[in-house]
Write a protein that binds this ligand. Structure first.
Ligand SMILES: [Zn+2]
Length: 148
């Protein structure tokens, strides 16, 4: 599953009554789940290209996935919702409770200098040897990410 923030949302190049893409999905199930989340926030949303892709999944890459769109007038609320959602999906630091977490940090905790360089080299050859962790940006504590 890939969730790509559509360029439409970033460029702000839209007319007030236009619909803009919030996210794109590979499967219709995920698109609908996201739509329900928006609906719970009171944001009206619309699914595009669902039938085309459900009938021919290979077309997904060609036309950019199943799109969940919103009315352009809801764009600010939607951005707020996405920011909140992102924050809730990231676990807080177990040490200090901070939400400023760097995710998928590769732990070379005890390594320094040349050893760190070797570790980085080994990582490219034997990725499973190194665990991926989250790192707190406030207290520097490393902890395992929940989603692995
Ligand atoms: Zn912390």
């Amino acid at each position: 599953m890939s969730e790509l923030i559509d360029k439409d949302l970033i460029t702000n190049d839209f007319q007030p009554l236009e619909r803009v893409t919030v996210k794109t999905f590979d499967t219709s199930v995920n698109a609908h789940l996201f739509r329900i989340e928006l609906e719970n926030e009171g944001i009206e949303s619309f699914i595009y290209d669902e039938e085309t892709i459900t009938m021919d999944p290979l077309l997904s890459n060609a036309i950019g996935g199943i799109k969940v769109k919103i009315n352009a007038k809801d764009i600010e609320r939607t951005k707020e919702f996405l920011a909140k959602r992102e924050e809730e999906n990231n676990p807080p630091c177990p040490n200090c409770g901070s939400k400023r977490i760097m995710t998928n940090f590769r732990s070379f905790k005890s390594a320094s200098g040349i050893i760190s360089a070797i570790a980085a080299f080994l990582f490219t050859i034997f990725p499973p040897l190194f665990k991926t962790v989250n790192k707190c940006l406030d207290c520097n504590k490393e902890f395992e990410s929940l989603d692995t």
